[in-house]
Design a protein around this ligand. Structure first.
Ligand code: FAD
Length: 242
């Protein structure tokens, strides 16, 4: 069994200046103020558009991201109905095959320090799940049947595409302290990258969440936590798991 870290990277986004030019044009159509377009007019115009909540304008640009996370986090991500998804399938990926080295891959939970009692319990559980998966395959179960015993921690990959308005919505919900710590673990760095590429569209969100971003403080504190934490004890202020 392989234990890996999650990750998220922007796969495709047009050049920031191209995006801003197109969005400014779309926005200025509303006010018939295209004559005010100049070399430096896009950023301040779009800053005002975002601050005023006139967000349909920024739907004219999109970005795609490649996300590696566990099945629990992916289950939450695919609730975002305005995004498009392509996801690794546990029906067609046969982890007992040579291509997967006859092992499953799991995402290490960010909230349990390696070697802690909770971490060891988790490790035992995912190893047992792997053993059961291969026993079922050896007994003749198809991959799509054996997957019934695969854990929430199973690594999965997705390509997520949506427009910038929806990305803002996703970051607002998924970078917030109420989001699951493993969701924040991937979304905070992704927001930082998106802001680096198109600062005007993400400046307010970046400012709001900067102090939670990995360089300043880990999205998910690796502090030891109880095996059965009460809601208020959950790391990073987690309120719920979806
Ligand atoms: C902290 C947290 C806890 C959560 N807990 C739970 C839980 O316990 N159980 C659970 O089932 N889910 C839970 N969720 C998931 C949540 O209910 C949403 O399904 C998920 O966050 C997607 O958000 P959304 O619907 O706003 O966004 P999207 O699906 O991305 O839609 C974007 C926006 O488009 C609009 N929109 C989209 N579809 C419709 C529609 N059909 N009708 C009207 N407007 C629409 C809305 O304005 C929406 O905000 C939780 C989410 C968070 C962040």
């Amino acid at each position: 069994m392989r234990i890996v870290a999650p990750s998220a990277r922007i796969l495709a986004v047009e050049d920031g200046r191209d995006i801003l030019g197109r969005l400014e044009f779309a926005g200025r159509i509303c006010y018939k103020s295209e004559d005010k377009i100049s070399k430096d007019s896009a950023a301040p115009f779009l800053d005002r558009i975002v601050r005023s909540g006139h967000l349909s304008v920024i739907e004219h640009a999109s970005a795609a991201a490649h996300i590696v996370c566990d099945r629990g986090v992916s289950h939450e991500l695919v609730r975002h109905r305005l995004a498009s998804f392509s996801q690794e399938s546990t029906r067609y990926a046969d982890y007992s095959g040579k291509r997967f080295g006859r092992e499953i891959t799991v995402i290490r939970p960010c909230f349990w320090p390696e070697g802690s009692p909770a971490y060891m319990l988790w490790l035992d559980a995912v190893q047992r799940a792997e053993t059961a998966y291969f026993a079922l395959r050896d007994a003749g179960a198809a991959a799509q049947q054996a997957r019934a015993v695969l854990p929430n921690s199973l690594k999965t990959e997705l390509v997520v595409s949506c427009n910038m308005r929806e990305w803002r919505h996703i970051f607002e919900l998924r970078c917030a302290p109420a989001a699951h710590p493993q969701m924040r673990e991937i979304m905070l760095p992704l927001l930082r990258d998106m802001h680096r590429r198109v600062p005007t569209l993400f400046a307010d969100l970046h400012t709001a969440f900067t102090r939670d971003m990995p360089e300043t403080a880990p999205a998910c504190a690796a502090a030891a936590c109880a095996l059965s934490p009460k809601q208020e004890d959950l790391p990073c202020g987690t309120a719920a798991v979806h």
